[in-house]
Design a protein around this ligand. Sequence first.
Ligand code: ADP
Ligand code: DP6
Length: 329
Amino acid sequence: MEKVKSYANIAIIKYWGKKDKQKMIPATSSISLTLKDLYTETEIEFIDDAEIKKEVEKNGEKFSGVRDLFFLNSELQDKIHTEKISKVVDLFRTQENEKNKKVKIKTTNNMPTAAGLSSSSSGLSAIIKACNKLFKKNLSQEQLAQISKYGSGSSARSFFGPVGMWDKNTGEVSEVKTDLKLAMIVLVLNEEKKIISSRKGMALCMETSTSFDEWIRQSEIDFENMKKYLSEGDFSKVGELTEENALRMHETTKNANPPFTYLTEKSFEAMEYVKKLRKQGERCYFTMDAGPNVKVLCLEEDFERLKDILGKKYKIIASKCKVISDNDD
Ligand code: ADP
Ligand code: DP6
């Protein structure tokens, strides 16, 4: 059996849209922080058909036809969810003698799943890492990132940290160098599973949103500027652009057909609170993903104080960034 741990990442320049779904070319380049205290732990082992049969008999009809066993947060997943993961494992079952190998995966997230807290990035990157070990492929971080994007686009960035990027033009996934020591404090406003997944949401926006072309155009500028601000170590510029880019992404959902939003009353209140703290002299900025929860970007040096302030008002998950090395496992 192999065991791995992988870390979630939260984007400060968002990946939102696919230019080519088959080749997994994103519509926008993205930049994210890899967070050491938001993670997934995954175990993987080879099993035989008899074990799958036994488990299916025990659990019922909706599990029949699964090719592998996939336990997410201790619950056996049904055929649809398992098939998504089996397809990811297929990316490692490439040799003739690997084609019929079945696996059992047990995976646990330390953050709420599918609530916009990026469980897909840590979850999918963990599966890729686990397969790399089990199938003894010995691939580099860049190679793993390139496979991981097929599982979930954002997961590719989890192979780099503290700051990672995915460039839509070159396809490259890599580290972004910066002297800034960044951290994030997640305000957990709602832990429920979101109604529209990121995948569906971005597809709907790409197909129908009247502001999507503008989003792509501006995102290209945002990406270049963010790289510049990070390399210059200009935190207030990084923060301001983080907020602007997130709001631009959320604007595309409002202009979709039918229009929708991931943000709730509580999200707007939290954003206002972050702005209020800023007026009081705190250095903090918000970002939101495909869910109502608000993430607060800050510097490591302000981390403990902001944790205290925000923790008095909200349930929080706070994390500094994770430095990922070449032999990270
Ligand atoms: P989130 O905001 O949490 O990333 P998404 O809707 O984008 O939410 O993705 C959630 C999906 O990611 C889950 O439905 C599941 O398919 C996948 N996922 C989450 N955690 C794991 C995990 N530990 N292992 C494998 N897949 C996972
Ligand atoms: C809003 O990576 O979950 O979090 O590639 O379809 O699996 P798929 O989508 P996913 O989308 C992430 C969207 C986002 C922004 C980001 O992380 O860059």
